[in-house]
Structure formats: structure tokens, C-alpha cells
Design a protein around this ligand. Structure first.
Ligand code: SF4
Ligand code: SF4
Length: 248
């Protein structure tokens, strides 16, 4: 059963990677309001691990308030970042001040710096900063992914990035539930197939629904390509009112 929550707090990002499963980029404007962060924190049981992802949270002006609101009174918060905060002294200071604030309200902070060979930023510098800052943050090793490791969904699917993991189904193995910046609970852990707004249900009902949905769809042979083909076919049908040619 699902035991962690992935929160996409923004789809805005300083980068626009070709493989991005969330299709994030500088032009995206989605951002979770601080009040929603407070409500979501109250909605998710305190001992369920909460992982924030994006986009990149540190491009947002008010990210310290958002993260503190999400972390308050929790057992663990995990922050996924591409290290944007590490590229200017002012940003580094702000980031570590935020971490200190979070430490006052949350038992454990874990940070994962994406260093998958697709990013143009030097993310090892961010790693080094965290390792040597002496604040007691837990650094989560993030795989140095190659094209063969990525799931061909999102922008990777649009760009026709082929991967040996064409049959990759993250929903088969993940134990997490995804909520995106507008508060919608998604059935796919990559933020697709929105179900309903978190305020319309409970954490436990959402868990049950999403888990049952994944089991049913997987039993029918769902995989990432099929999912994205379904989405793409739907989009294409709406645009052109005819079925797409599948050359992916
Ligand atoms: S840094 Fe991450 S969130 Fe941003 S575009 Fe790249 S893969 Fe997507
Ligand atoms: S198979 Fe579908 S639901 Fe599962 S992870 Fe892939 S895109 Fe998401």
C-alpha cells in the first residue's frame, strides 16, 4: 500500500530538459499556494514521507514559506532539487537559512540532488555544499541516469527519446501517491491521470482508489507507452478529430 506522497509544488523550472516527465520549464506557471501547502500538510498523516518535486522549488520567490508550511510537525520531508539554489552566494544563503527553519519544525530532512547527466548545471557542487555544511541533512543518492534508465513519458515521449525501459511502469513498483500543484491527486506517480482534488477526499480513500486503479490497469497490460499513447491519441483526436498515426 502507498506509504509516501510525492508533491509537485511547481512545474516551473530553470531548465527545460528533453526527458522531463513533467514537461517543466521556465514558461510554466503552476505553483502551490502557501495556504494549500498548509492544508496538504494537515491532510497527509504526519508519519507518511512527503517528497517535494517539481519543476525546481528554488526558482520560486516564496519557496521558504512553502517548504516550512509543508514540513511543519512532520516525521520526514524529502526535497528533490536540481541545485539551482547553489549557483549564487545569495541563493545558497537563502537555501541554508530555509533548511535551518525546517529543522525547527520537522524531525528529518532528506535532500536529493538530481544529477542525471541530462542537466546542464553542475549539480555536484550542490552535493558538496550539502555534504560539508554540517547541518545534519541526509543526502539521498540520486542515480546518474542515462537515456536507457529514463521512463519514456512526458517530454521524453514527445521528443521520442527511446529507452531500453520502454516497458517501464513506475506505478508497478512505487509506493507513492502524487499530488500536483493545483491540489489534484493523480493516479500515475508521474502526475498524469488526475482523479480529484485532495480536499474532496481523505488520504486513506485516495490511497485505496489509486492503488486499486493501478492494479486494475496493470492487469489489463498498461505500460508507459500505452498510457502516453492514450493521452496523445486523446489530445490528437480533440485537435484533429481523427485518430493519430503511431510512429513512436
Ligand atoms: S531539471 Fe528536472 S524538473 Fe526541471 S526540466 Fe529538468 S527534469 Fe524537468
Ligand atoms: S504505466 Fe502509466 S500510470 Fe504507470 S507510471 Fe507509466 S505512465 Fe504512469
Amino acid at each position: 500500500m502507498i506509504d509516501s506522497c510525492i508533491l509537485r509544488v511547481t512545474n516551473r523550472c530553470n531548465e527545460k530538459c528533453e526527458h522531463c516527465c513533467y514537461r517543466s520549464g521556465p514558461e510554466c506557471v503552476g505553483q502551490m499556494p502557501v495556504e494549500t501547502c498548509e492544508e496538504i500538510n494537515a491532510w497527509i498523516p504526519w508519519d507518511i514521507r512527503l517528497t517535494t518535486t517539481g519543476g525546481e522549488f528554488s526558482v520560486l520567490d516564496n519557496y521558504p514559506e512553502m517548504l516550512v508550511a509543508l514540513a511543519r510537525d512532520r516525521k520526514c520531508i524529502r526535497l528533490i532539487t536540481n541545485g539551482f539554489w547553489s549557483h549564487k552566494d545569495k541563493r545558497i544563503k537563502r537555501f541554508f537559512n530555509t533548511i535551518k527553519q525546517i529543522q525547527k519544525v520537522c524531525k528529518r530532512i532528506e535532500i536529493g540532488v538530481s544529477n542525471d547527466g541530462f542537466h546542464k548545471w553542475d549539480n555536484y557542487y550542490a552535493h558538496r555544499l550539502i555534504r560539508h555544511n554540517g547541518l545534519g541533512i541526509h543526502l539521498i543518492p540520486m542515480a546518474r541516469l542515462t537515456v536507457d534508465d529514463i521512463a519514456p513519458i512526458g517530454r521524453a515521449w514527445n521528443n521520442k527519446i527511446s529507452s531500453r525501459r520502454a516497458d517501464h511502469c513506475y506505478c508497478k513498483s512505487t509506493w507513492s501517491l502524487a499530488v500536483i500543484e493545483d491540489g489534484m491527486i493523480c493516479r500515475c506517480p508521474y502526475g498524469y491521470f488526475p482523479w480529484k482534488h485532495f480536499s474532496e477526499t481523505t488520504w486513506y480513500d485516495a490511497q485505496r482508489h489509486v492503488w486499486d486503479w493501478r492494479e486494475r490497469q496493470l492487469a489489463l497490460g498498461m505500460n508507459c507507452h500505452m498510457c502516453m499513447e492514450t493521452v496523445e491519441a486523446d489530445r490528437y483526436r480533440k485537435l484533429h478529430k481523427t485518430p493519430p498515426t503511431n510512429d513512436a
